[in-house]
Design a protein around this ligand. Structure first.
Ligand SMILES: Cc1cc2nc3c(=O)[nH]c(=O)nc-3n(C[C@H](O)[C@H](O)[C@H](O)COP(=O)(O)O)c2cc1C
Length: 343
């Protein structure tokens, strides 16, 4: 997705536009209280530092830096991104500097910027998650942890996000070593997202983040090769918004837990669709690549969209979707004279 002309960063665009004070934008995700519901998604905003020339990080509801692991990881072999119709396919493979570098170099910068920092962590086992959470517990400046149990691009990356027992176990393990709010980031690559969300809640998660990328693939038929070095990757961008909305809807209907919606959000209409469907906050992901100031632009547009619904706060909008009751199909009555076996 090449950056459109209109979003080439300019000093004027980087100027902070304070959100209208008329409508309070605060939201709560369990014990995590955010100044507004517009966050940026892990892996699409660097460690925050890289984007701080475009967006005043202090304005955002939350910054989720690139997922960190116990040790630095080089990530997968190229190609690691491929553009698709209405989306982006990536197989970065959790390329990151590791927790030591994050704590020494990235976190202090983020804290100085004044953004609520939600640290995204991942590991190859429950023990890895627990060890990471234990090290982060009590570190000043961390607002919450997001457990990335849904990365499709590393071996065992989604194991804990596809098995309810393992999901509950990892959340419980993290819960036992930290008082920080926990967001469990789930994968859509499952049969029942509700079952996994319920397991996360039972394990002690404050909220679920829905969704990580959808598994996909791109092929160069002339060379008879897959385009991604890792063959299979994760699809993001507008192509997955309907899937993310469906996941938010299903979890909202069945599990009493706050939801952070993420997947294909580019416009304020997209944000509002997620809020009405049941998300208490949203994360902006792939949009950041095409338009680095996307999150600030959406935050600027939020008060007017809320006002359009006559809302006096986020609570007037979140989960207010009118869902028609689906009547069961009446039993088929075969026309008289037809065979009872006709279908
Ligand atoms: C290049 C790229 C890297 C990503 N890296 C991470 C990551 O490190 N951790 C994570 O939890 N999600 C990661 N994601 C997933 C996003 O945070 C988000 O869940 C997903 O892209 C869907 O949102 P979007 O369609 O708005 O991008 C990554 C996505 C992309 C496109």
């Amino acid at each position: 997705m090449p950056p459109p002309e209109s979003v080439v960063p300019s000093p004027a665009m980087a100027t902070p536009q304070p959100a209208s004070p008329a409508i309070p934008l605060t939201v709560s995700l369990g014990r995590l209280r955010l100044p507004n519901p517009i966050m940026v998604a892990s892996g699409t905003f660097g460690y925050g530092r890289e984007m701080s020339g475009f967006v005043d990080l202090a304005r955002l509801g939350g910054v989720v830096p690139k997922t960190i692991t116990p040790l630095p990881r080089p990530g997968n072999t190229p190609w690691r991104t491929v553009e698709t119709a209405a989306g982006l396919l990536n197989s970065i493979g959790l390329d990151n500097d590791g927790i030591d570098s994050f704590l020494a170099r990235q976190l202090p910068f983020l804290v100085r910027c004044g953004a609520p920092v939600i640290v995204s962590i991942a590991g190859g086992s429950q023990a890895d998650f627990v060890a990471l959470a234990s090290r982060l517990d009590g570190v000043p400046g961390i607002a919450a942890l997001e457990l990335n149990i849904s990365c499709p691009n590393v071996s065992h990356g989604i194991d804990m996000g596809t098995d309810p027992v393992a999901c509950r176990g990892v959340v419980e393990g993290v819960r036992s070593v930290t008082a920080l709010p926990i967001l469990a980031k789930l994968t859509p690559n499952v049969t029942s997202i509700v079952e996994i969300a319920r397991a996360a809640k039972d394990g002690g998660a404050d909220a679920v983040t829905l969704i990580n990328t959808c598994q996909g693939m791109a092929v160069d038929w002339r060379r008879r090769r897959p385009l991604l070095g890792n063959v299979i990757g994760g699809l993001s961008g507008p192509a997955i918004k309907p899937i993310a909305l469906r996941c938010v809807h299903q979890v909202r209907q069945a599990v009493d837990i706050p939801i952070v919606g993420v997947g294909g959000i580019m416009t304020i209409d997209d944000c509002m669709e997620f809020f009405v469907t049941g998300a208490s906050a949203v994360q902006i992901g792939t949009a950041n690549f095409a338009e680095p100031i996307a999150s600030a632009r959406l935050l600027d547009g939020l008060p007017a969209a809320l006002a359009e619904l006559g809302a006096t706060g986020m609570a007037d909008v979140i989960g207010t979707l009118a869902v028609p009751q689906r009547a069961p199909c009446p039993p088929a009555t075969p026309p008289s004279g037809s065979s009872p076996h006709a279908t």
